[in-house]
Design a protein around this ligand. Structure first.
Ligand code: NAD
Length: 486
């Protein structure tokens, strides 16, 4: 097991670890123990400028490096990440709180993005038409766009940065990452391993901090594009300010995902999947199951299975074996969740499993047990807001049409799942649901690296999503050349 030595973190600029000009810092906690594990610098706009200037300079050479050579660095990086898999997972568990099993899964997701980006020679190939008219030909070529600013949330310190920088640098851009100030440690290993893989200095940089760094990136004239992942209000703000400054922006935002359970579903499978999707990572996933819309005919059975399975969940430090449910990220987030639970009761939802009763005075971290409400309606705050916590709402519905109608009332539209064996119902669900990532008889329909992470409505602002061919298009621009040989 790794030991985290308490330290004041540094920015990573041009291949050097540098103390920022700002001497402001914030404490980083292990949410399972409440211990301070690091001090993260809260850099200012000058620190951002230093990093962007270095990245802009590095871009001039990096964009000229032949694409297969860039890919080879990513192949080497992939090997290093595989070798460091356990260590990376432990860092994630220590700074984020999720179980080691989930952290290992997160590392895998990150590695898959590196693997996808290593295929960049094929992905970046253009297209030609040898005869658009007599003696005339046309072709399209892809090029990088410049310096990319990446701004990431606390809940996936490895996977979300890996949605961004592997493809960005593979396509010839340079990158400035601002990791979440609540989980900033993993990014350090990402940078160290990039260096070991042979990435030239200045291609990948880190500036730690909070909103000043974000604003610095959004306003900097040498930043060509911004990839953002985080909560809805910040995503909207980042999208508006970035596009106002005429940058390309993709802003992946908050969520409130519905799972629909029909009467013919395999209820044992459905409830197992929903429990994993609702309480895995303490509900701190943008693809978490937040609401179960269940047909009345099977609602009592579903509710009883959900409670029974939630009662079997082991709560504790994610580093301990068999622990499924770790802490939420901070005490402030725990208090916010407890207020939502009170609000749910006040507004008339039926609390059928109260995670507040799972308190263990021996534990110092920010724990809340699995909490389940029944008879939740779309007027209630716990249905409307993204709680991002281990709280699941059950809404009883007449049939598939009413389940879809309920789901489509949400302002968010990241994922939605259906549990059924009826092909016609699946088709109707697919055609009528307003959400970008759908699951059939699975709990977390998160797409793999080669498909786009396609939130709709207030779950995404922009045109080109992260990952897949969208990711490639976001980080590149095209030249079309029309030629006459005489
Ligand atoms: P957050 O919005 O608090 O923070 C995200 C980033 O924005 C961080 O780097 C943070 O420093 C910065 N930030 C925060 N407040 C800011 C402000 N006022 N001005 C400028 N920058 C600011 O999000 P979080 O709590 O770290 O992450 C959880 C959220 O992320 C959830 O809402 C979750 O749904 C969302 N998320 C979405 C996806 C997706 O794919 N749609 C994936 C993961 C997480």
């Amino acid at each position: 097991m790794i030991q985290i030595k308490q330290q004041t973190l540094k920015n990573y600029v041009g291949g050097k670890w540098m103390s920022p000009k700002s001497n402001q810092t914030e404490q980083v906690y292990n949410p399972a123990t409440g211990e301070v594990i690091a001090e993260v610098p809260i850099s200012d706009k000058e620190d951002v400028d230093d990093a962007v200037q270095v990245a802009a300079q590095a871009f001039q050479e990096w964009k000229e490096v032949p694409v297969p050579k860039r890919a080879r660095i990513l192949f080497k990086y992939q090997q290093l990440l595989v070798e460091q898999w356990d260590e990376l997972a432990e860092i994630i568990t220590i700074e984020n709180g999720k179980s080691l099993k989930e952290a290992k899964g997160e590392v895998q997701r990150g590695i898959e993005n590196v693997e996808f980006a290593a295929g960049v020679p094929s992905l970046m190939m253009g297209e030609q038409l040898p005869a658009i008219s007599e003696g005339l030909e046309s072709g399209v070529y892809r090029y990088p766009i410049g310096v990319i600013g990446g701004i990431t949330p606390f809940n996936f310190p490895m996977m979300v940065p890996c949605w961004m920088f592997p493809m960005a640098i593979a396509t010839g851009n340079t990158f400035v990452l601002k990791p979440s100030e609540r989980t900033p440690l993993l990014a350090i290993r990402l940078a160290e391993l990039l260096e070991e893989a042979g990435l030239p200095n200045g291609v990948f940089n880190i500036v730690h901090g909070a909103h000043d760094v974000v604003n610095g990136l959004l306003d900097h004239e040498k930043v060509a594009a911004i990839s953002f992942v985080g909560s809805q209000p910040v995503a909207e703000y980042v999208y508006k300010r970035g596009t106002d400054n005429l940058k390309r922006v993709q802003a992946l935002s908050g969520a409130k995902n519905h799972s629909i359970v029909l009467h013919d579903a395999n209820l044992d499978n459905a409830t197992t999947q929903i429990i994993n999707a609702a309480f895995g990572s303490a509900g701190e996933r943008c693809m978490a199951a937040s609401v179960v819309a269940v047909e009345e005919a099977v609602a009592d059975e579903v509710v009883s299975l959900l409670v029974q399975k939630a009662n079997e969940i082991k709560i504790g430090n994610g580093l301990d074996e068999d622990v499924f449910l770790g802490p939420v990220i901070r005490d402030h987030h725990k208090q916010r969740t407890l207020k939502y639970i009170e609000k749910g009761e006040e507004e008339g939802a039926k609390l059928i499993r109260d995670g507040r009763k799972d308190q263990d005075t021996e534990r110092q971290g920010y724990f809340i047990g699995p909490t389940i409400f029944d008879e939740v309606t779309s007027e209630m705050t716990i249905w409307k807001d993204e709680l991002f916590a281990p709280v699941l709402s059950v809404a009883r519905v007449k049939d598939l049409d009413s389940a879809v109608e309920l789901t489509n009332q949400s302002r968010f539209a990241n994922g939605a799942c259906i549990f059924t064996n009826d092909g016609g119902a699946v088709r109707k669900f697919r055609e009528t649901i307003d959400a970008g990532m759908l699951g059939v008889n699975i709990g977390v329909p998160a797409p793999m690296a080669f498909f786009p992470f396609s939130g709709w409505k207030d779950s995404f602002y922009g045109d080109l999503h992260a990952n897949g061919k969208d990711g490639l298009a976001f980080y590149t621009r095209q030249k079309v050349i029309t030629t006459r040989w005489v």
